[in-house]
Design a protein around this ligand. Structure first.
Ligand SMILES: *Cc1c(COP(=O)(O)O)cnc(C)c1O
Length: 404
C-alpha cells in the first residue's frame, strides 16, 4: 500500500513479486513470505492487523490510500487476497468472504432471474440445500446433474439460457472427480461460466482457472486456514468482467467481507499451506491404501487409489497429491459405521475438514433425508498426525465395532 510519509525502501526491498511467473519465484516461496511484503513504516516482516473501520479523507476530498471504509475493503483482507490470487493465478484477483457459503452464494446472487444453472448431484450438502430453497425464490432455473458424467453434463446444457455451471471436485463426501477442462469446454460452448468449488483440492493440488474455469471457490475454513479456528470463504476470478464486478459489488454492499482478524489468521496459515497440504495428502494416501485391505471396510473412496473411478482424471488435473479427504464404507452397514465413529479415541468425532487434527464423521447423519450419501459411510479428514497412530486408532475402532 502506498503510505504517506513512509521511508523510501525501494532501494533494498526485493522486487515486488506481483507477477509470480515473471519474478520466477515458486508459489511455495511467495506464500511462505506473504508475497515478500515488508511494512513500509516499521519494516515488520509480518503485516500489521488493520482494525480501523474508517480512513482519513485527503484535503482535496480524495482517498489517496485507496481505503475509505472497512465494509467494501480492508488492508489486512487485501494481504491474504493477494496471496490467494497468486496461488489461483487469478486475473481478476481474489475476494474473501465471511464464510465459504457467503462466497458461494455471492456467485449465485450475481445471476439474473430466469437464468439456468447446472449444479452437481454430489456436492457440499449445505450449498445444495440453499440452492434448492433459494433458486425458486430467485427464479433461477436449477438442474442437478452427475457432473462427472460429461455426456450427462453436456445434455443438461441449454445453450444461451444456461449461465452458470457449478462443479465441486473432488466432490463431498464421495470424492467424485469432475474433469474441469472438459466441463469448462461444455459450459463455454453453451455460453455459460464454469465455477469450481475446489475446497477439497486446495490451490496446492488443483488450479481450476488454468484449466479453463472462470471462478474458483474455497471454504477458507478448511485447509486454507487449516487450524479449525477461522470461518472464511474465497472466490478467485479469471477475468475482471461484468459478472465479476457484480460479485465485487454484492460483497461490498451486502457486507459479506471477512473480518480483519480472521484475515490475519488466514494469512498466517497460508504461509504453511504447501507443507500442510502435502503432508495431509500423503497421510490420506497412506491411510487409503491400508484401509483398502481392512476386513471391516467394504470400500475406500479416494481419487488417489489407482482403481478409483476418478483416478485417471485426477492424475491429469491434480498435482502433488490427491487431497486430505477420503471416505470409507464400513462392512456391517450404518450401525457398524456409527459404532466405529463412537469408538475412536485419537480421531475427533466432528464435522468440517482440512485441519491439522484428523476428524471423522458419519456423514449421512449430518446430511439427513434425501442425501445421496450412503448410510455406511464415514468421512475422514486427514490431519498431520503420525499415520501409524491414525491407522491404529481407526483399526481398533473398526475391530471393536465388529466384535461379536
Ligand atoms: C465447508 C464447505 C463449504 C462451506 O464453507 P463454510 O466456510 O462452512 O461456509 C462449501 N464447500 C465445501 C466443499 C465445504 O467443505
Amino acid at each position: 500500500m502506498p503510505q504517506p510519509n513512509a521511508p523510501d525502501t525501494s532501494a533494498d526491498a526485493a522486487p515486488p513479486p506481483d507477477d509470480p511467473i515473471r519474478s520466477g519465484l515458486s508459489k511455495k516461496t511467495l506464500a511462505a513470505q506473504a508475497m515478500g511484503h515488508v511494512d513500509p513504516v516499521t519494516r515488520a516482516v509480518v503485516a500489521p492487523l488493520h482494525l480501523s473501520t474508517t480512513f482519513i479523507r485527503d484535503p482535496d476530498n480524495a482517498y489517496s490510500s485507496g481505503f475509505a471504509y472497512a465494509r467494501p475493503d480492508n488492508a489486512t483482507v487485501r494481504e491474504a487476497e493477494a496471496v490467494l490470487a497468486m496461488l489461483e493465478e487469478a486475473g481478476a484477483g481474489a475476494l474473501l468472504f465471511g464464510s465459504g457459503m457467503a462466497a458461494a452464494t455471492a456467485v449465485f446472487s450475481a445471476l439474473e432471474p430466469g437464468d439456468h444453472v447446472v449444479a452437481p448431484t454430489i456436492m457440499y450438502w449445505a450449498l445444495k440445500r440453499w440452492l434448492r430453497e433459494e433458486a425458486p425464490r430467485r427464479r433461477l432455473d436449477l438442474d442437478f446433474v452427475a457432473a462427472d458424467d460429461l455426456e450427462a453434463l453436456r445434455a443438461a446444457m441449454r445453450p444461451g439460457r444456461t449461465k452458470l455451471v457449478w462443479i465441486e471436485t473432488p466432490g463431498n463426501p464421495l470424492w467424485t472427480v469432475t474433469d474441469i477442462a472438459a466441463a469448462a469446454e461444455i459450459a463455454h460452448a453453451a455460453g455459460a461460466r464454469l465455477a469450481v468449488d475446489s475446497t477439497a483440492a486446495s490451490p496446492v493440488h488443483t488450479r481450476p482457472l488454468s484449466l479453463g474455469a472462470d471462478i474458483v471457490m474455497h471454504s477458507g475454513t478448511k485447509i486454507l486456514n487449516g487450524h479449525s479456528d477461522v470461518v472464511a470463504g474465497v472466490l478467485a476470478g479469471s477475468q475482471a468482467d461484468a459478472f465479476w464486478a457484480r460479485i465485487v459489488s454484492i460483497r461490498a454492499s451486502g457486507g459479506a467481507i471477512l473480518g480483519p482478524f480472521e484475515a490475519y489468521l488466514l494469512m498466517r496459515s497460508l504461509r504453511t499451506l504447501h507443507l500442510r497440504a502435502a503432508a495431509q495428502a500423503a497421510g490420506a494416501m497412506a491411510l487409503a491404501g491400508r484401509l483398502r485391505a481392512h476386513p471391516h471396510v467394504s470400500h475406500v473412496l479416494y481419487p488417489g487409489l489407482p482403481d478409483d473411478p476418478g483416478h485417471a482424471v485426477a492424475c491429469r488435473q491434480m498435482e502433488g497429491g490427491f487431497g486430505s479427504m477420503l471416505s470409507i464404507r464400513v462392512a456391517g452397514g450404518e450401525s457398524a459405521a456409527i459404532a466405529t465413529a463412537a469408538r475412536v479415541a485419537l480421531w475427533k468425532r466432528a464435522t468440517s475438514l482440512g485441519g491439522v487434527e484428523s476428524l471423522i464423521e458419519h456423514r449421512a447423519s449430518v446430511e439427513g433425508p434425501g442425501s445421496p450419501c450412503p448410510p455406511d459411510l464415514l468421512r475422514l479428514s486427514t490431519g498431520i498426525e503420525d499415520t501409524d497412530d491414525l491407522f491404529r486408532d481407526l483399526d481398533a475402532a473398526l475391530r471393536a465395532a465388529h466384535a461379536p
